[in-house]
Design a protein around this ligand. Structure first.
Ligand code: NDP
Ligand code: 2IT
Length: 445
């Protein structure tokens, strides 16, 4: 079986040249699948691996828009519809200058397994653009969103493909995207996009869900060793949607969150991050995190460095891919790190993951730990389909139940396959098996 896996992996690498992050994501999943294929040769016979690595559809389009000075700008838009065996394609849109096909494909590939783990009826996809919202006025971002949707609208739909947010795409952008969809199609089709505002078809808890879910997963993982967040020293990378809500939930569980970051540097606040100031700086005024240190006495800012310089017992990477490398991991382990739970997608490099696992650090991969966001998107779709709106308490309870089930499914699968505590193995195998079985049932499509 190892030979089969290597053969398919070689094909995938050769057929998708230069897509470094996609190669990384596929390699990491394949490293877990040997024992599953041993037990299930039918997957090999039906070329499930080959099909899983080839997106069902890839759309690349021009996004023209006019900036505030009247200059015409061109960006590239993407939507990769990866796998719809379990439901309509589902996954976020990322607006960031680093976006190219390899990033969208790694995210879409991960999304397939993540969405499978949620237990909800959603397939996997991802999209975005190399548009850089930083330094752009609200008017420019709105015009960009409208132009982006003017092409995207023909590819999406409640039963086809349901986008949401990711880096650079939050509630504001979802509003502008949905507004344009509604205008073009003349349909108030709430289920076409998630992350909507709660007064116009959104779900309570969706904004908080990824960060909250990551911490709830970590809490359950810590409990397997008799540990809890109470009194735990925590650091978080990023200071966007996922990071802010991870900080909020960790603090609610008694953690001492001492540092967070952005792409320019990090802040340390030994008294504990003041969320009110952080939100004002990042969400309301959209300023760099350095401004937090300027407004908070006792806090200090370190430019051009990673937050992993700060000692922690629990590290929550909530910014971007490959942001915690082997050197960071070694430093943290030497300083007493107990657990890592990924709010971001693929933030820990393969070398760092290996190092954490061999040091006995609890490690939760993003496709399991950050699945609360997309799971709550599926709850939003459920509310849209029934024209209902649930309370915060009820929705959060549903999220907590889903995170507990994902945790236990990963833990039990790892145990079943002879490597208890290996959440990477558990998540990859459990996520894969459900999609693979659905693909077998649906025939060669
Ligand atoms: P936001 O845009 O709200 O925040 C992103 C944060 O990460 C910002 O602090 C940003 O800093 C930082 N960041 C972005 N790119 C880089 C980079 N190249 N290097 C260093 N820092 C960077 O995005 P989200 O919080 O929504 O997303 C964060 C992560 O969580 C992503 O990996 C995303 O895929 C993942 N995720 C998001 C979900 C969601 O529901 N939103 C669901 C599941 C996973 P700056 O402002 O300086 O750019
Ligand atoms: O990476 C992710 O899971 C997301 N950005 C959320 C996707 C969604 O459809 O809610």
């Amino acid at each position: 079986m190892q030979v089969q896996l290597e053969r398919v992996l070689e094909q995938v690498l050769a057929r998708n040249p230069g897509e470094r992050e996609f190669h990384q994501a596929v390699t990491e999943v394949f490293e877990s699948l040997g024992p599953v294929l041993e037990r299930n040769p039918q997957y090999v016979d039906a070329a499930v691996l080959e099909r899983l690595c080839e997106p069902e559809r890839q759309i690349i389009f021009r996004v023209p828009w006019v900036d505030d000075t009247g200059q015409v700008r061109i960006n590239r838009g993407f939507r990769v519809e990866f796998n719809s065996a379990l439901g309509p394609f589902k996954g976020g849109l990322r607006f960031h200058p680093s976006v190219y096909l390899g990033i969208v494909k790694f995210l879409g590939f991960e999304q397939v397994f993540k969405n499978s783990l949620t237990g909800m009826p959603i397939g996997g996809g991802k999209g975005g653009s190399d548009f850089d919202p930083r330094g752009r006025s609200a008017g420019e971002v709105m015009r960009f969103c409208q132009s982006f949707m003017t092409e995207l609208y023909r590819h999406i739909g409640e039963y086809t493909d349901v986008p949401a947010g990711d880096i650079g795409v939050g509630g504001r952008e979802i509003g502008w995207l949905f507004g344009q969809y509604k205008r073009i199609t003349n349909r108030y089709e709430s289920g076409v996009i998630t992350g909507k505002g709660v007064t116009w078809g959104g779900s309570l808890v969706r904004t908080e869900a990824t960060g909250y879910g990551t911490v709830l997963f970590a809490e359950r993982m810590l409990a397997t060793r008799g540990l809890s967040f109470d009194g735990m020293r925590v650091t978080v990378s990023g200071s966007g949607n996922v990071a802010i809500h991870a900080i909020e939930k960790a603090q609610a569980l008694g953690a001492h969150v001492v540092a967070c970051s952005d792409s320019l540097g990090y802040v340390v606040d030994e008294a504990g991050i003041d969320l009110e100031i952080l939100r004002q700086v990042r969400e309301v005024e959209r300023l760099p995190v350095a401004e937090y240190a300027a407004r908070r006495s006792g806090a200090h800012y370190v430019a051009s460095a990673r937050v992993w310089q700060v000692d922690a017992q629990v590290a929550l990477p909530c910014a971007t891919q490959n942001e915690l490398d082997e050197n960071d991991a070694k430093r943290l382990v030497d300083a007493g790190l107990l657990a890592v739970a990924e709010g971001a997608n693929m933030p820990t490099t393969p070398g760092a993951v290996a190092l954490l696992q061999s040091a006995g650090v609890l490690y939760a991969p993003g496709k399991a730990a950050n699945a609360g966001g997309v799971a709550t998107s599926a709850l939003e779709m459920q509310q849209n389909a029934s024209r209902d709106a649930w309370s915060f308490e009820h929705t959060e309870e549903r999220l907590a139940g889903i995170m507990a089930r994902i945790h236990d499914n990963c833990a039990e699968t790892a145990e079943e396959y002879g490597d208890p505590g290996n959440y990477v193995l558990g998540a990859n195998i459990a996520g894969f098996t459900k999609v693979a079985d659905a693909m077998l049932a649906l025939g060669v499509v």
